[in-house]
Design a protein around this ligand. Structure first.
Ligand code: ATP
Ligand code: MG
Length: 438
């Protein structure tokens, strides 16, 4: 087995491994060349936690995704017919992207590119940064072979962000926002020539060419970043935050709130199976100081659709009832607290942690996130089956499972203690881009 294949296998959790095997089998059956690329490979090599699995096929990406959906019943989201790519949501919150290997040609800065099918080598030449332009073959004859035409491996070792070509920012200016986001996430330095390219793009005001859809996608990425507060600060310092919302400047930007939210989010450990709808959560806090008219500016600039707006604007109202419920005396019993908190969405729990000044509510949410939910998730169906004699897959089993979990939780020490944060605090970054342009 190649070293990289071994590294990959030891990096994936059980659910991700299963998703990988499923995609591999489907590509094999369709006779398509399959590669793992982008963020998944970068994170694996650098030893960062792998968040999504980005696959590339030399062929029809959406057709392969559809074949997988047909076979497994897993959910498909966001098919992008232009780029021939789709996202799949596998069980246990595993997100998979399947994309056609493609070439993108830009007639002018910020223009819609012409897209055509390509080989993996051509595809990697079209990416943004060298560290994102590495692929690994998952094909039988060359499994584990690394394809790295831009020496992304070297840049990962140097902890440096470098564009793949001198036209990277010019072709698609949204990449300057990605540069800032990755620099803040990884605390990588920026290669000198890349910084010069950034300056050139800013001097030509090409950031104005970034379209609403690209801004929405970038906002979505920022919302999910553990260091979102630092990213917003840098965007503000660089005068780029107003792209997302014209009124977002000066003391209208809720920097202190974003720092507080960042801290609250650290209570949800990465390995916990609890989806958090970050966009609504992030926008609620980011836009706290904006007037309704100013908020409308963000909706237009980022072309937010109705569900996204609702997730944002209704969050504050939704948690009010939950706060009252969590304060009830009966919540000292772990199984009762678990039952109540389980009905709430991840974003609601985190938002309440951010918002509530009530110590009891705070402690109870922390207990749920750090003790009761992890303990309940440790219990396997086999364990329950063995103890109860009921096979999984029936309503009777689900009921037995709830009783089993409740008993297990109530058997734990009931004393409520203030838990420690389960994730290390977000690092404080030295200024990277800020040092260049002020
Ligand atoms: P994350 O960990 O945030 O998901 P990622 O690197 O996987 O980071 P994605 O936005 O998921 O980023 O995109 C997957 C890959 O697609 C990237 O690694 C990069 O190679 C490529 N990519 C995405 N957006 C662009 C873009 N605007 N220009 C060029 N390449 C891009
Ligand atoms: Mg990704």
């Amino acid at each position: 087995m190649s070293d990289y294949l071994y590294t990959l296998e030891s990096h994936l959790n059980a659910a991700q491994s299963e998703a990988l095997a499923t995609v591999q089998t489907a590509a094999n059956e369709a006779g398509l060349n399959l590669f793992l690329a982008g963020g998944a490979l970068r994170d694996m090599i650098a030893g960062f936690p792998i968040r999504d699995l980005n696959f590339v096929v030399e062929g029809n990406g959406i057709a392969l995704a559809k074949a997988i959906v047909k076979k497994t019943g897993w959910e498909m989201a966001a098919p992008d017919t232009r780029r021939n790519r789709a996202e799949l949501l596998f069980p246990q919150n595993v997100r998979v992207e399947i994309a056609m290997a493609r070439e993108e040609k830009y007639a002018k800065a910020g223009a819609k590119p012409t897209i055509s099918p390509a080989t993996i080598y051509e595809d990697l030449r079209n990416r943004d940064f060298t560290i994102n332009a590495i692929a690994m073959s998952l094909n039988r004859a060359s499994k584990g072979l690394l394809i790295d035409p831009n020496n992304g491996l070297g840049d990962l070792e140097r902890r440096e962000l470098r564009t793949v070509s001198k036209y990277t920012f010019y072709d698609d200016p949204v990449r300057i926002l990605r540069l800032i986001r990755f620099a803040k996430r990884f605390q990588f330095t920026i290669d000198e020539r890349t910084l010069q390219q950034y300056e050139n793009v800013r001097d030509a005001n090409l950031e104005r060419k970034i379209g609403a859809e690209a801004l929405r996608q970038e906002l979505h990425h920022i919302a999910g970043e553990p260091t979102s507060a630092e990213i917003v600060k840098e965007l503000d310092d660089q005068g780029l935050l107003t792209l997302f919302c014209p009124a977002m400047m000066g003391d209208k930007v809720n920097h202190a709130g974003l720092q507080k939210l960042q801290k609250a989010r650290q209570n949800v450990a990465l390995e916990l199976n609890l989806p958090v709808e970050n966009m609504g959560l992030f926008l609620t806090v980011l836009c706290e100081k904006l007037a309704p008219k100013e908020r409308a500016g963000l909706k237009t600039a980022c072309a937010l659709d109705k569900p996204a707006v609702q997730a944002w604007e209704r969050l504050d109202g939704r948690v009010k009832k939950l706060a009252v419920e969590l304060k009830q005396p009966k919540m000292t019993k772990p199984s009762v607290l678990y039952g109540a908190a389980q009905k709430a969405q991840g974003a609601e729990l985190v938002y309440l942690l951010y918002k509530s000044t009530d110590r009891t509510v705070q402690d109870r949410i922390k207990n749920y996130l750090q003790k009761y939910l992890p303990a309940a998730q440790e219990i396997t169906d086999e364990e329950i089956s063995e103890a109860t004699g009921i096979e999984p897959g029936s309503a009777k089993f689900e009921k037995a499972k709830s009783t089993f979990i409740a008993k297990r939780l109530d058997a734990r020490p009931k004393k409520i203690v203030e838990p420690e944060a389960v994730m290390p605090p977000a690092p404080q970054h030295p200024p990277l881009v800020s040092s260049v342009r002020r």
